[in-house]
Design a protein around this ligand. Structure first.
Ligand SMILES: N[C@@H](CCC(=O)N[C@@H](CS)C(=O)NCC(=O)O)C(=O)O
Length: 205
């Protein structure tokens, strides 16, 4: 059995999405960030960083295999299931590129924008605008890539799993200033997949 420790956040949902889409037997263990459960000693023994997601695979024989970092967990699930990894090497590296874009450019910028535009009690318009413009640019690249394509690298891949929770949870931050029709259509396609629906159940019970 594989335990997936997660919460309904961008990084947490990447992990739950990957196990669900890959059809691997697993159990999702919610770690409620609002209750600071990620800082409890039992969880710190799994991830000393005190962050979700994390996974523990007890099906490998020997000591349980622990892994953290959403991107690594997505790749673990896809590799173990042999799914969502493009066989063609050029396409594989494109998928890796879009995954990195989701994990770094979009992940980092959208988290920063959430902080300055929503969470921070004092709003500084110039800083909000800075991160807003960056996020619009980064979502814009993905939107352009999806022009005429069903998925980021044509076939569905781990790259789509990396981006999907970030787009779903963060698009509202830039809805007022930009429209991404290709991303919207892609997200609708993704949302119709049973694996995606199951993987997003922490957010949509
Ligand atoms: N780079 C890490 C980031 C993990 C992360 O930032 N997790 C957040 C939730 S999305 C968290 O656990 N925050 C609570 C905390 O830091 O105390 C990953 O991709 O897994």
């Amino acid at each position: 059995m594989i335990d997936v420790y997660a919460w309904k956040t961008t990084n947490g949902l990447r992990a739950t999405l990957a196990f669900a889409e890959c059809g691997l037997e697993h159990r999702v263990i919610p770690v409620d960030l609002t209750l600071k459960e990620q800082k409890l000693p039992g969880y710190l023994a799994i991830n000393p960083a005190g962050q979700i997601p994390a996974m523990v695979d007890r099906s490998v024989g020997g000591a349980p295999y622990i892994l953290t970092q959403s991107g690594a967990i997505v790749m673990y699930a896809c590799t173990k299931a042999r799914k969502l990894i493009p066989e063609d090497q050029a396409r594989y590296f494109q998928a890796l590129k879009w995954s990195m874009q989701a994990a770094t450019d979009i992940g980092g910028t959208s988290a920063a924008l959430q902080q300055v535009a929503v969470i921070a009690p004092e709003k500084v318009p110039s800083i909000i605008e800075l991160f807003e413009q960056r996020l619009v640019r980064y979502f814009g690249f993905a939107d352009q890539q999806l022009e005429g394509r069903q998925f980021l690298v044509d076939e569905i891949s781990f790259a789509d799993l990396m981006l999907y929770p970030n787009y779903v949870l963060r698009r509202a931050l830039v809805d007022a200033v930009a429209d991404f029709p290709n991303l919207r259509a892609w997200a609708d396609r993704m949302a119709q997949r049973p694996g995606v629906q199951f993987g997003m159940r922490l957010l949509n019970p």
